[in-house]
Write a protein that binds this ligand. Structure first.
Ligand code: ATP
Ligand code: MG
Length: 422
């Protein structure tokens, strides 16, 4: 047997207690914010049939081509995948349980996603998203709602420098026309295409526009524009969305090259980006996916959603140095002697009954060493119990930031401590 210590899978992070406080705070802010817009929680499995993602996301996307953790269940031969995103699962669940039967749905979920990417700052193999989906809404009012929601969240999180990029992908007919023109255009310049673009020329030419390769930028700049192909309905939808955003003073930048990495989007697409996280600057991305529900077997219904990258958002929150409420304890209970120990554990429960957060010293040691622990715990008050006090049914209450130590009857401890820390 090897003695080597076992490490976590590369690109999959532990979130240690010091950092978890930030996550808990974030989760609370996010939950309040979502409930403020009437979105309801849904929880899907982390594992889905591989065919779901192939069908929903598209065979020739980065995710399906090279990023999915797919495996065969050796016990029954099922083809399974760790979810790389939430929209496909969410729509699957909604259809499976017939949630769209008589009402549209505003839903959200959060949790781990898995993509086999090259790990680097802001890009991990297990990461977290908060996903928001509005199913059965044709917009553009709901498109605007989701964008306004994001703007509000950035404020709540104290984020600066997150800007909105907006585009429309039109509908099927215009995308088809545009696609044909793109293929024709790039086919005239095959010598200038890199390997990715050559591979995608006929399978997914729209994604060529998304290339980050500097050598490709000039030919991309000259490519036919989808804007020139848009049908009236899609244009009107986009204009109305922009008008609502302007009425709410939400600034945005139109970015005709914003195409998104998944096949299912149409019409509105958006990204919130920052320049402060290096290359991984997109903290939130989404759009409309009117075709997806039918594509995975449901009765056609329009929908709009977005997902935020939690690690990237928290990196920004940390940079902005938000002062977070501490998750420390209120009281540290110090005790020595057998009788004192019995009173101490009773006392700790009693204090918790009174709504206080309590650390009961465990493991013995001198009063002095216990008081050191109390100091380091961040508790505002310590309760000190020796056999002397225990015999008298009393405890000593000591404010940690200086101040007189008081001896009170055990049953009065909650009131005394509440008086001290309010
Ligand atoms: P990118 O262009 O950065 O690869 P994407 O288009 O693949 O992003 P989406 O599928 O739109 O990303 O996911 C929504 C958000 O989830 C992203 O904007 C980002 O904040 C976050 N995200 C995506 N992939 C990762 C990852 N591997 N690690 C951490 N966060 C991620
Ligand atoms: Mg990606």
């Amino acid at each position: 047997m090897s003695n080597e210590t076992i490490q976590a899978v590369r690109g999959m992070n532990d979130i240690l207690p010091d950092e978890a406080g930030l996550w808990l705070w974030f989760e609370e802010v996010v939950r309040d914010w979502l409930h403020g817009y009437g979105y309801r929680n849904i929880r899907m499995p982390l594992v889905e049939p591989t065919s779901l993602f192939k069908r929903a996301i598209g065979e020739v996307t980065d995710i399906v081509e090279k990023e999915m953790y797919s495996f065969e269940d050796s016990l029954n031969g099922d083809h399974l995948t760790l979810r790389p995103e939430g929209t496909a699962s969410c729509v699957r669940a909604v259809l499976q349980h017939n949630l769209l039967y008589n009402a549209p749905q505003r839903l959200y979920y959060s949790g781990q996603m898995f993509r086999h990417e090259r790990p680097q700052k802001g890009r991990y193999r297990q990461f977290h998203q908060v996903g928001v989906e509005a199913l059965g809404f044709a917009g553009p009012d709901i498109d605007a709602e989701q964008i306004l929601m994001c703007a509000r969240l950035w404020k709540k999180l104290g984020l600066r420098d997150v800007t909105l990029q907006l585009n429309t992908l039109g509908d099927t007919a215009s995308r088809h026309r545009h696609r044909e023109k793109l293929i024709a255009y790039f086919a005239q310049h095959t010598a200038l295409l890199d390997a990715d673009a050559t591979r995608r020329l006929h399978s997914n030419p729209l994604r060529i526009l998304d290339s980050k390769n500097p050598a490709m930028q000039e030919i991309i700049a000259g490519a036919p524009k989808l804007m020139d192909e848009l049908e009236d309905e899609a244009l009107k939808h986009f204009d109305e969305l922009q008008a609502i955003l302007k009425r709410h003073d939400v600034p945005f930048e139109l970015n005709p090259r914003l195409v998104r990495g998944l096949d299912y989007y149409n019409r509105t697409v958006f990204e919130w980006v920052t320049t402060r996280l290096g290359a991984q600057g997109t903290v939130c991305a989404g759009g409309r996916y009117d075709g997806l529900i039918a594509q995975i077997g449901g009765k056609p219904a329009p929908a709009m959603g977005f997902a935020m990258g939690v690690e990237r958002l928290l990196a920004l929150v940390q940079e902005d140095g938000m002062a977070l409420p501490g998750a420390d304890v209120d009281v540290y209970v110090v005790h020595q002697g057998e009788l004192a120990g019995q009173l101490a554990s009773k006392m700790a429960e009693q204090l918790r009954d009174g709504g206080l957060r309590v650390l009961l010293h465990c493991g013995g040691g001198s009063f002095k060493s216990q008081m050191k622990k109390a100091d380091g715990s961040g508790a505002r008050v310590s309760v000190v119990i020796g056999d002397d006090e225990a015999q008298a049914g009393e405890v000593a209450v000591k404010p940690m930031q200086g101040g007189e130590q008081m001896r009170v009857r055990a049953q009065d401890a909650v009131a005394t401590i509440n008086g001290l820390i309010k």
